[in-house]
Design a protein around this ligand. Structure first.
Ligand SMILES: C[S@@+](CC[C@H](N)C(=O)[O-])C[C@H]1O[C@@H](n2cnc3c(N)ncnc32)[C@H](O)[C@@H]1O
Length: 471
């Protein structure tokens, strides 16, 4: 039994809609969650993924609000988080209700040139948004916690994202630094996590109303910042994995009180078949765990109908940007090197820059944001100059490589060995072939050096997984 504070039960009794039963709510909070994954269409199609994983004994059931999302039943003892397919970024283990905010943002085939994800780590929704943008335009992913920035970056690389830039701020700064600058913003706010008790049995053990109020104060500051950073006609999604109205409806209503009719709530009642079962009178989705047998969640969709007054003056612009664009000649040299040695073409939406002895690929759409805010990391690190030679990075292989017949296609045993950081012995001795890309299921794993007798492992040490496993 999950420990649920009596104070919380009393509090939620007052807020539970009258057509839902408290007993059922408590019973669902003690039910294990259904396992769900989202297919990463930047690396594999849904149908190819379906075929691949069915062959490993998975049964996939579609999630009604996400075309790429599936509840899965899997054979016992499969460690899917350490599987080759997971480490390759073919899928993200993501709770079904957490797929809703990006779906709500990209509803009715919306296409955005620039998106801000204000509280992004570990990146489940950032990587979902990048896939919905098909890696085009610009996706700024912000995270306040330093250790979580690292996870965010690792997930962006694993999932093959190249249209992103990472910032590392308290998200309150965006309204001031990037006023009315984004077509679309997701504020997946830090919250009390009351909807997560099915995966975190202690989530409701020490619940206190004062904490709810304190988090709600922060959420109000963050939603105001988000709204100020939104362009006119832009779309804001506000979401949480908590249930109290203080952190949900009341935060959105506070935004409306602050900005009046510049704030329009867009109803989510028709987002998917059955959404109306969880829709509030304002058109928000308030997902109680028993409605769709999921985590508890809240999603609001907000449009900005007109410009608002800046609450803080425009800050001084920082002109010191250490990266320089390449000359046409240098750019051609690097592009040819990449194509000839690794069969990688640079996508048209990226451009090359250099700093010290490094070469990077930035999304072109970043140009209008440079100097306005400090970035932690932009795009992809491509290569480093080592003497006369260029050394390619693992991240470029992982993100940009598309299968070619001259790659080494590892079998599952070899792929597992490779991800464990081991060399792969060859059954037949052949002529050494030098540096090559090794793939599994035609998706890159990384680099090896073909020595004739074995494939020398060149996976970066921080990506070695002792527990990597073939399913
Ligand atoms: C609900 S989680 C985000 C989950 C993420 N969107 C995902 O789908 O993977 C909230 C995140 O906000 C971060 N955070 C907390 N305070 C913040 C602040 N003031 N500004 C920006 N991010 C903040 C937390 O560290 C946490 O990573």
């Amino acid at each position: 039994m999950n420990k649920i504070s009596e104070n919380f039960i009393e509090h939620i009794r007052q807020q539970l809609p009258c057509h839902l039963s408290l007993d059922e709510f408590l019973a669902f909070n003690n039910k294990p969650l259904r396992l769900s994954v989202r297919v990463n269409t930047l690396k594999i199609t849904v149908s190819a993924f379906h075929d691949l994983m069915s062959s490993k004994g998975w049964r996939l059931t579609s999630i009604p609000w996400c075309k790429e999302g599936f509840w899965i039943t899997i054979p016992p003892h499969q460690d899917i988080g350490n599987s080759i397919e997971h480490l390759q970024g073919l899928f993200y283990i993501q709770e079904a209700s957490s797929m809703l905010p990006p779906t709500a943002l990209f509803d009715s085939d919306s296409n955005f040139d620039n998106v801000l994800d204000m509280a992004a780590a570990p990146g489940s929704k950032t990587t979902q948004i990048a896939a919905l943008m098909n890696n085009q335009g610009l996706l700024i992913a912000n995270e306040y916690s330093s250790s979580r920035v690292k996870m965010l970056h690792a997930n962006l690389v694993r999932m093959g994202v190249y249209n992103a830039a990472i910032t590392h701020f308290d998200a309150e700064v965006f309204g001031q630094y990037l006023f009315e600058a984004f077509d679309a913003i997701l504020l997946d706010a830090p919250c009390g996590g009351e909807g997560t008790v099915r995966k975190d049995s202690n989530a409701l053990k020490d619940w206190r109303l004062e904490e709810v109020h304190s988090i709600a104060t922060k959420q109000k500051q963050l939603i105001v910042s988000a709204f100020e950073a939104l362009k006119v006609n832009g779309t804001l999604i506000y979401s949480t994995c908590t249930l109290s109205q203080e952190e949900n409806q009341q935060v959105c209503l506070f935004l409306k009180e602050t900005f009046g009719d510049a704030v329009e709530f867009i109803s989510l009642a028709d987002l998917f078949n059955g959404a109306n079962k969880a829709t509030t009178s304002e058109g928000f989705l308030h997902i109680w765990p028993q409605i769709f047998d999921s985590e508890g969640f809240f999603v609001a969709k907000i449009r900005k109908t007109k410009s608002v007054t800046r609450s803080q003056p425009e800050p001084k612009i920082n002109k010191n940007f250490p990266f320089k664009e390449l000359s046409i000649k240098q750019e051609k040299e690097i592009t040819d090197w990449l194509l000839e040695n690794y069969s990688i073409s640079i996508p048209a939406s990226l451009y090359l820059v250099t700093r010290d002895n490094q070469f990077w690929l930035f999304p072109k759409a970043i140009k209008s944001y440079i100097g306005k805010i400090r970035f932690q990391r932009i795009g992809l690190k491509l290569a480093e100059q080592k003497g006369k030679h260029l050394k390619i990075t693992h991240e470029v292989i992982s993100v940009l490589y598309r299968y070619q017949s001259d790659a080494i296609n590892a079998n599952e045993q070899q792929a597992e060995e490779y991800l464990k950081g081991r060399d792969i012995q060859l059954e037949q001795v052949t002529k050494p072939q030098g540096e090559k890309i090794i793939c599994s299921n035609k998706v890159a794993l990384g680099l090896i050096k073909h020595l004739g007798t074995k494939l020398k492992n060149n996976l970066p040490r921080d990506l070695v997984r002792d527990n990597a496993v073939k399913l």
